[in-house]
Design a protein around this ligand. Structure first.
Ligand code: NAP
Ligand code: GDD
Length: 326
């Protein structure tokens, strides 16, 4: 049977890894991207010829309906979102429209065009926010701490509501933080590895960060997109925590990143309160038992391997940039 997938958010970190995974599995892959005056395809240049890109926007219902009619997917992965937590305080309405209501628009388009489409919703550990128990599981109550987290809680429940109301195959992946060399530069891990590489190569003096004591359960994006795919191959739709089960602080991430290039964090890192958040998520730690036992999902890349991989790729990229500039 020919399998066709539509990925919203294909220009993002996860979109790029998922598109590659699905191509390897023999899918016809379509991606949705929003119109922009400059193209944002840099994460998928290597597979650009193998996928079809269409314009569409989570804010525009008709564009979603038209896209589903045109591409006739069997699986839809809804990865598009305003995903940067600090921006959700400066643009709370946009975040609600995109990250929250955008999910309803996708679900309505599925109902209208083909209710048999299987749908993955990119839910988030940010929904646990001020955590009510540790580790967090599928039954831990939510307590979001940002407009982004609140919007994701809405997206999570509307996915379940449409599943129960209209018998759709719609699943939530509650994914904990996952990173890679393709991570956006404003997220803390990539900000650190980019900064470490620049400091090592002599083009930056200092690295200014916010809360160094925040703890996260960080995994590798390449491992996590596999869990998305497994969810849509299951016999029934359901919701799963996807995490490594291991926790580290921002400070620990920094220490390993500086160690990788033979430097010491204390000599270069400063704290700048501008990077503090109005309400912080201090600690996240997931329990992936359900994903492991029911889906057979296991992460392969360790925390140390992840940090090293990101630092090394940033070193190579910045070296290339320096050569081109000189
Ligand atoms: P990302 O790199 O920020 O990518 C977000 C994608 O959404 C980009 O392709 C972006 O397009 C697109 N987008 C934003 N607004 C849109 C709109 N109005 N219409 C259409 N597309 C729009 O995020 P990611 O790290 O790949 O994460 C993927 C999804 O998983 C997101 O929903 C995120 O909230 C969620 N999530 C991520 C993590 C994580 O640790 N990475 C953990 C849990 C959940 P542009 O390129 O045009 O900006
Ligand atoms: N971005 C950033 N920049 N974060 C910093 C900094 C800094 O300079 N200094 C400390 N931090 C701390 C933040 O306060 C936060 O506690 C932690 O580092 C992680 O921040 P981010 O990397 O921005 O990620 P996030 O946890 O807020 O959100 C990411 O993970 C969520 C899943 O839990 C995003 O990918 C969300 O889209 C995702 O849902």
């Amino acid at each position: 049977m020919s399998r066709t997938a539509l990925i919203t958010g294909i220009t993002g970190q996860d979109g790029a890894y998922l598109a590659k995974l699905l191509l390897d599995k023999g899918y016809q892959v379509h991606g949705m991207m929003r119109r922009s005056s400059t193209e944002t395809l840099e994460r998928i240049t290597d597979i650009r010829e193998d996928i079809e890109i269409h314009q569409g926007d989570l804010l525009d219902q008709l564009s979603l309906v038209r896209l589903l009619e045109e591409t006739q997917p069997t699986e839809l992965y809804n990865l598009a979102a305003q995903s940067f937590v600090p921006t959700s305080w400066s643009q709370p309405i946009l975040t609600g429209e995109t990250t929250g209501l955008g999910v309803t628009r996708i679900l309505e388009a599925i109902r209208q065009v083909n209710p048999a489409i299987r749908m993955y919703q990119a839910s988030s550990s940010e929904m646990f926010g001020k955590v009510q128990e540790t580790p967090q599981t599928e039954s831990t109550p939510f307590y979001p701490r940002s407009p982004y987290g609140v919007a994701k809680v809405y997206g999570y429940w509307i996915t379940i509501n449409y599943r129960e109301s209209y018998d759709l195959f719609a699943s939530n992946g509650i994914l904990f933080n996952h990173e890679s060399p393709l991570r956006g530069l404003e997220f803390v891990t990539r900000k650190i590895t980019d900064g470490v590489a620049r400091i090592k190569l002599g083009v930056q003096d200092k690295l200014l960060l916010g809360n160094l004591e925040a703890k996260r359960d960080w995994g590798f994006a390449g491992d996590f997109v596999n869990a998305m795919w497994l969810m849509l191959q299951a016999d029934k739709p359901d919701d799963y925590v996807v995490a490594t089960g291991e926790q580290h602080s921002v400070r620990e991430f920094c220490e390993i990143a500086f160690d990788t290039v033979g430097l010491k964090l204390e000599d270069y890192v400063g704290v700048d309160p501008r990077f503090y958040r109005p309400a912080e998520v201090e600690t996240l730690l997931g329990d992936p038992t359900k994903a492991r036992t029911e889906l057979g999902w296991e992460p392969e890349i360790s925390f140390e391997q992840l940090v090293t991989m990101m630092v090394e790729e940033d070193l190579q990229r910045i070296e290339r940039e320096i050569k081109i500039g000189s």
